[in-house]
Design a binder for this molecule. Structure first.
Ligand SMILES: *Cc1c(COP(=O)(O)O)cnc(C)c1O
Length: 398
């Protein structure tokens, strides 16, 4: 470090920022790890004289404030707000809108996001259109006078389709509409949507940021102070904030994010190549495969790697069930982004609440398995997948 550099220098590389940004040794004790501050209330020095901005822990807490600085550093954002879950962060984002507003959402969304839009917000008079975010013309045609937001995921869940974030952000700016990107799948290690022109980034930190399947959390990042202040108000007014311990645990996890992502990417690419080579799968979805229609965009938009998620269509439900039965290291479970490999059956699990018609249009069939490839030895993962693929083939042959 040069003498004039601080821990918050944006010029540091990603791995350095993940370890140091906002994580200076504690000013009073020199503690190298963050201080866990559990107090719910803070002594005030007089009327209207809170110390250091802290009054009551729902509104702000020192450990959460530190996490928010760390999260901002990861996305190269001015501001971040931490929430109790990814969906709580989404509720914070949606607090910007009022009855009569129209939102354009990608048509290939996390199931819980679509459920929140269709079954909760639609009751409050907010209108949604689901549009293929990979189709710029379709997005532009869907913009109406009351459209306030374009909301998309890239890569999407579970089909791993990519939207051109820079191109969508140019469209959004031209038509005076906000753009928010759910960056959960890519993580800021691989992709930083604010740098590509998005107004807000959302994370479920339950996934890769947490990375060990032991924290539920969420975050919003933005460079706009007006939006940040509205999210802060929502944290205080609605209260879906993370506990100090969850904040502390998340800072601990983020220190290894760069290392973990490198290994997730390496293993996922090996798994996708193996599945494609095997010829036993009907279709393999992974943006790192040259055969993938989003590969060129992925190389530009996610230059460091293609992520840890791979989806595979085995042809039918019988194949999928036989495949799942054979898995040991790949734990059959919802969620993703942890060090351990997981397999999920979106049709009956994560996407069961998405209308069947919308699922089939995307290619989300009863034969589709979504793999969250962990950081184990890739040879062990591939050996297991080889056995599971044979079991799937036997299942339909008999
Ligand atoms: C899990 C997930 C969410 C929701 O986050 P929670 O922490 O489970 O509330 C939102 N978006 C994506 C892409 C997710 O994977």
């Amino acid at each position: 470090m040069h003498a004039e550099q601080t821990h918050r220098d944006r010029a540091f590389g990603f791995a350095t920022r993940a370890i140091h940004y906002g994580q200076e040794p504690d000013a009073t004790t020199g503690a190298v790890a963050p201080i866990l501050s559990l107090a719910t209330t803070y002594k005030q020095d007089g009327v209207n004289q809170p110390r250091g901005g802290f009054e009551y822990s729902r509104a702000q807490n020192p450990t959460r404030a530190q996490l928010e600085t760390v999260l901002a550093g990861l996305e190269n954002a001015e501001f971040a707000n931490a929430f109790a879950s990814g969906l709580a962060a989404l509720a914070g984002l949606m607090s910007l809108f009022a009855p009569g507003d129209h939102i354009i959402a990608g048509d290939d969304l996390y199931g819980g996001t679509a459920r929140y839009f269709d079954q909760v917000l639609s009751k409050y008079g907010i209108e949604f259109s689901y549009i293929d975010a990979t189709n710029l013309d379709a997005l532009e045609r869907a913009i109406a006078p009351n459209t306030k937001l374009i909301y998309l995921e890239s890569p999407t869940n579970p089909m791993l389709r990519l939207a051109d974030i820079r191109a969508v952000s140019e469209l959004a700016k031209r038509r005076n509409v906000l753009l928010a990107v759910d960056n959960t799948f890519a993580t800021p290690y691989l992709q930083r949507p604010l740098e590509l022109g998005a107004d807000v980034v959302l994370h479920s930190s339950t996934k890769y940021l947490g990375g060990h399947s032991d924290i539920v959390g969420g975050a919003l990042m933005t460079n706009r102070r007006d939006l940040y202040e509205k999210f802060q108000f929502h944290q205080k007014a609605v209260g879906a904030v993370p506990s100090p311990f969850d904040c502390w645990l998340l800072m601990r996890s983020i220190k290894t994010l760069a290392l973990r992502m490198e290994k997730h990417c390496e293993n996922a690419l090996a798994v996708a190549q193996f599945l494609e080579r095997s010829g036993a799968a009907k279709k393999v979805y992974y943006p790192g495969l040259p055969s993938n229609p989003f590969h060129e965009l992925a190389k530009r938009q996610m230059p460091k790697g293609f992520g840890g998620m791979v989806s595979v269509d085995l042809g039918g439900r019988a194949e999928a069930e036989a495949f799942i039965k054979e898995l040991r290291l790949f734990i059959f479970a919802e969620s993703l982004g942890g060090v351990e490999s997981l397999a999920c059956f979106p049709w009956e699990m994560t996407h069961a609440s998405v209308p069947i018609e919308r699922r089939l249009k995307l290619g989300l069939t009863e034969g589709l398995i979504r793999l969250s490839v962990g950081i184990e030895d890739k040879e062990d993962l591939i050996n297991e997948l080889e056995r599971a693929l044979s079991a799937a083939q036997v299942a339909v042959a008999t």
